[in-house]
Design a protein around this ligand. Sequence first.
Ligand SMILES: NC(=O)c1ccc[n+]([C@@H]2O[C@H](COP(=O)([O-])OP(=O)(O)OC[C@H]3O[C@@H](n4cnc5c(N)ncnc54)[C@H](O)[C@@H]3O)[C@@H](O)[C@H]2O)c1
Length: 420
Amino acid sequence: MKTRAVRLYGKNDLRIEEFELPAIKDDEILAKIVTNSVCMSDHKAVEQGSDHKRVPKDIDKNPVILGHEFCGEIVEVGKKWKNQFKVGNKFSIQPALNYKGSLDAPGYSYQYIGGDATYIVIPSEVMELNCLLPYKGEAFFLGSLAEPVSCIVGTYHAMYHTKNGSYVHHMGIKEGGNVAILAGVGPMGLGAIDYAIHADRKPGLVVVTDIDEARLKRAASLYSVEEAAKEGVRLVYLNTKESVHPAQALLELTHNVGYDDVFVMAPVAPLVEQADTILGRDGCLNFFAGPNRTDFKATINFYNVHYASTHIVGTSGGNTEDMSESLTMMEQGKLNPSSMITHIGGLDAVPETVINLPSIPGGKKLMYTHYTLPLTAIADFEEKGKKDPFFKVLDEITKRHNGLWSLEAEQYLMKHAPKH
Ligand SMILES: NC(=O)c1ccc[n+]([C@@H]2O[C@H](COP(=O)([O-])OP(=O)(O)OC[C@H]3O[C@@H](n4cnc5c(N)ncnc54)[C@H](O)[C@@H]3O)[C@@H](O)[C@H]2O)c1
């Protein structure tokens, strides 16, 4: 089977190539990729090349396929997995395999599996570790988003609380408690709001802060105060840009009791300190944002650690159960991470998008790997549609869906976009 893929040969050396995949062995699976969403980790891997922990040393001779947020369909199943997986089934994968202590992961370390491809060979270890996850939803792009969503699901599960006189950690956010999501209207913050409102265990109050008014407005239109109220959650959006005492404003919203669960979604030291200041008794601070600097530090009140049982957690990525929970909640329509997507493109747009990712504004970039499409912002569909009927229709569809990417838009794209 021929595949067309984006392969990494060295630092910022990405090439789109067509080549023959090896025939699958009895313990392997051949699959078609439909969507792959771009992650900042792709950019880091491409920038660092073989210096990256997950990227092999010999990529100049044995290049790897990029991309780890993907969804597709199974094409051929090796003998060993015939009872478990069927041709035509949709799937997603949990890329953090942790196979025999190795950091190797699809999208960073493998020659024949990665999301930026038309076809891939899934190696046995992915199935052995239960990391090949069936997906029963209709929209492929939601299957791709299961990976970033699983990071959010995982981080909610990592929160914990204690009871006076007991050493048991009760996992999860406090039911009916006060949640703050600081720097919370980037794509991951939106996912965190969605989960806070729609997961079974709900807080009573969710306060979302940011300093970007346009993003705050978009968030408030996607996850409205009224919708949250229907779920029994009081949702408040707060722009802290002009605030002289943001921590005080945040505390007042809790009648100065403080927050049980605080998520920090940007790696900014004063924000970590703000989070620490607003913690209530037994408050849990979650440092979700991944800093670039290895010496990132912030000041923490240790008086409160001692006398008020405040504490800190941090997670990077989710696990397979978090992926399954994300997929199930999306299949059931409880979570809708469409709001994370701000751009779409084809396989040919991947190299430039990944290399320039930090300077491209917006949220997630979603790629349809069987098509030739430039990276295009959903917000630009209207303008492009003036000359191109394809984007005109996509604009009409997204407008019908509150400005969001949707199953309808995906199906239209897959029928009408130019294939390579
Ligand atoms: N833990 C994980 O598993 C995991 C997974 C994916 C991403 N991440 C990290 O999560 C973070 C959030 O991701 P994202 O894609 O939403 O990022 P983003 O950069 O798009 O969003 C961050 C938001 O922070 C706001 N902000 C910045 N400084 C602020 C300040 N001082 N006060 C208030 N708001 C401020 C920005 O306006 C922006 O809206 C990133 O650091 C990312 O690397 C972590």
